[in-house]
Design a protein around this ligand. Sequence first.
Ligand code: ISE
Length: 349
Amino acid sequence: MTDDADLRVAVLGVGMMGAYHAATVTSRVKGARVTVVNDFVATTADRVAARTPGARVVPDPFEAIRADDVDAVIIASPGKVHHEQVLACLDRQIPVLCEKPLTTQATTSYEVVQAEAEVGRSLVQVGFMRRFDPEYVQLRALIASGDLGNPLLMHCIHRNPTVPAHFDSQMMIEDSVVHEVDAIRFLLGEEVAAVTVIKPTATALAPEGFHDPMLVVLETVSGRVVTDEIFVRTGVGYEVRTEVVGENGSATIGLDQSVLTKTVGGRWGGRITAKFLERFDTAYHVELQRWVDAARAGTIDGPGAWDGYAASAVCAAGVRAVESGRREPVQLEPRPAGVPTPALGVSSP
Ligand code: ISE
């Protein structure tokens, strides 16, 4: 493409996340426009196309990936179709930003790593948007500066106000905890070696047999320990906090410190972010702008296929740990030589 031409983007899956990406590309990202939208629900695709100037609906996702007016693809379709859609993008050798999970199984995620290695270029980016959030970026820089000393522990809290009724323990690991898995790899720069899941008394809001909340304990290869409270039916707000405890001090992000109010009746307080789109709006915007800038040069700029595979492998161990009640080790396949995906944590803005 020429330097001044817009990147022409197809968005596959325009439910909440895909529609948000399509709107962000259309109104806030420079150098790109959405030319194609696709969704397995025709009315959803029509609705998003109608508010995306210049976009047309292509009902078949593979036709959308192959379309002449498409230079790059955003995949926000259901996780179970990611594998074949990402492989189709690799087949056409065009950049793709795929929402997590990269694929629903570690084996298929590894196939993507291998397929990209065969192409020999970094083309697959995974939507781990926290890497673009200013607070995560600052925390990573602080750890790297050495001011906290060696980071020994990390404590994470991940609370959602509500989730759909079918959101079970497996989804809590694969859809929610997956973000902490990537945050560990981004902040600490090493792989996760084992996962244990503790299941406290469940909230009365959880359907019978569901484990909500859970405490997920992750051990890294070097022996650091991370605790992650995942609680998705709090009824309160969207709370994502991370504290890193080092030899020389600790640091916390995600304190939701907005406006402090003092009101009649002697009350004081603030506001808790309601939804993850609001909490991570800047991160999504930066992620998309950087991906577009990179895609215009035929590559990616963020967590790659290997990062997606590593997260899938850790989540698979997490799901096993929920069921077994035991500590489950994580076994990663060898990283193919010369894979041009970014190394652990390189992608801070
Ligand atoms: C959701 O799918 C997300 O990706 C959010 O970032 C996460 O916080 C939430 O728990 C998930 O359901």
